[in-house]
Design a protein around this ligand. Structure first.
Ligand code: NAD
Length: 478
């Protein structure tokens, strides 16, 4: 899809949350903007939104919602005095619903682009030099060249292959295929109990698969506060996930319509026979072929683009944002904020990002969300702190709606009471964390949170009660 213009103020390569937001913000600031993206959906049409919309969060959340309803219908209605019969599952229909959500959200970006007069090119972008990008159109047309003094690279990341478990997307599948399976595997293995492995496990477990997670590390969710990780391990195990830690997969191959997986743990070697295996062992930056050698773009040995604190690469006027860099974690909202930041930086407005107050969410059920420091990180630096915790089972709203799993923990500075971290596992954690982020952004103390009125009865009161608990004054704890 070539456009008549070829000279812009800003060219963005990649239309995931980092790239499309950068393009929108640049256009808002009056900059003539183009955005290049090659994502093509199953119908052969362009689909903006990157992994986040096409093959990540949106897909995962849409399917988890369906899976939760199915699970509720099968196991959760009796206590409500409701019975239903003949519950049937139409998985292709469920996948169609998910695909419709993707199409709608992607179209929405296209509409904003049109309204903001952002020229969108459906094709593969490549940095040729400091002010030129080539676009190889997805429809096979001749490559074209675009020019701009500012170029933003935002091509995201892709799954890391595990050589011992080669993907065939029939029996051994990647994380994108895992959101498009049209039959429910009886016995499903997942390599990696990281963020993606756990999100997928929760979906397929609820849809009826026996799910076995093989995780090489001995500790479960080491990036999460240890108390929350321990609670998560307990809850997920009770939900039926078979979490095998210290289990390093050494080989996986298709044999007689099964996947035979070998793994080693401290007790020795083991073999599993599975119907499907998902490989969820991390992601790597999409930086292969992102730049011609003459552009002299500096990458590290893992493919991350070298940037300074302003997302500037080694090529003048060329920026890299989102999953392409090691500046902050691989999170959609990190990329999104960098998109805004870089567009504003180009327009001579400097509004730096506070990477220290960056929420993280694991979209399982219940969700896990946190911001700031974990207890283990504070112990490692010898920082003295106090904690207040409160469980959802002592919260009236959570009890009324059967969402009593989980807890909230607030960590404050031992002397100043400044909030250093807030950690949540439980219903609505991804929404509750917004209050925690705001509190920390405004340098709130534990006492500030304890004296903030929370509507009653709401699940948000768990934050209030956890703040009160720092001084042992929780109101609803026996
Ligand atoms: P991850 O790094 O979180 O987890 C991968 C796991 O695979 C690790 O725990 C690792 O020990 C394990 N592993 C690797 N090789 C193994 C082997 N041979 N046998 C057994 N285990 C093995 O990676 P991910 O879950 O793929 O996620 C990738 C990135 O995407 C992360 O940075 C994540 O934060 C981000 N992401 C975030 C969200 C979100 O915000 N909710 C959602 C999706 C992805």
């Amino acid at each position: 899809m070539s456009k008549p213009e070829s000279t812009y103020d800003v060219i963005v390569v990649g239309a995931g949350p980092a790239g499309y937001v950068a393009a929108i913000r640049a256009a808002q600031l009056g900059l003539k903007t183009a955005c290049v993206d090659h994502w093509t959906n199953i119908n052969g049409d362009p689909s903006l939104g990157g992994t986040y919309i096409n093959a990540g969060c949106v897909s995962s959340m849409a399917l988890l919602e369906s899976a939760k309803i199915y699970d509720l219908m099968r196991h959760g209605l009796a206590d409500h005095g409701i019975s239903v019969e003949n519950i049937k599952l139409d998985l292709p229909k469920m996948i169609d619903r998910k695909n419709e959500k993707i199409a709608r959200l992607s179209r929405q970006i296209l509409n904003v682009f049109a309204e903001k007069k952002i020229n969108y090119y459906h094709g593969q972008g490549k940095l040729l030099n400091a002010d030129q990008v080539s676009v190889t159109p997805a429809d096979g047309a001749k490559p074209i060249k675009l020019n701009a003094p500012n170029i933003i690279l935002a091509t995201g990341s892709t799954s890391i292959d595990l050589p011992c478990a080669p993907i065939d997307n029939e029996f051994i599948v990647d994380t994108t295929y895992a959101l498009n399976m049209t039959s429910i595997p009886k016995r499903l293995g997942i390599i990696g109990s990281g963020v993606i492995g756990l999100e997928l496990a929760g979906i397929w477990n609820r849809l009826g698969s026996e799910v076995i997670l093989l995780e090489a590390q001995e500790s479960f969710l080491p990036i999460v506060d240890h108390q929350i990780a321990a609670e998560a391990y307990k809850i997920y195990s009770e939900q039926g996930l078979d979490l095998r830690l210290g289990a390093r997969v050494t080989s996986a191959k298709k044999t007689n319509n099964k996947v035979v997986v070998d793994y080693q743990n401290p007790e020795g070697s083991h073999t599993l026979r599975l119907d499907k295996l998902i490989v969820a062992t991390g992601r790597k930056p999409n930086s292969e072929n992102i730049a011609a050698p003459e552009a002299e773009l500096l990458l590290d040995e893992n493919g991350y683009i070298h940037v300074d604190e302003n997302c500037c690469t080694t090529v003048p006027g060329v920026y890299a944002i989102g999953d392409l860099t090691l500046l902050g974690p691989m999170l959609a909202h990190k990329g999104l904020e960098e998109g805004v930041f870089v567009a504003e930086h180009i327009a001579n407005r400097h509004n730096p990002i506070n990477y220290n107050i960056m929420p993280s969410v694991i979209y399982t059920d219940p969700e896990i969300a946190w911001v700031g420091q974990t207890e283990q990180a504070l112990q490692a630096i010898g920082q003295k702190y106090r904690t207040g915790t409160f469980t959802l089972k002592s919260n009236g709203r959570a009890e009324s709606i059967d969402k009593t799993e989980g807890l909230v923990k607030i960590i404050t500075h031992a002397e100043t009471d400044l909030i250093l971290g807030i950690h949540i596992i439980g219903a609505n954690a991804s929404e509750l964390i917004a209050e925690a982020v705001l509190a920390m952004e405004f340098s709130a103390s534990g006492e500030d949170l304890a004296r903030t009125i929370h509507a009653h009865p709401t699940i948000s009161e768990v934050l209030h009660e956890a703040a009160l608990a720092i001084e042992n004054r929780s109101l609803h704890l026996p």
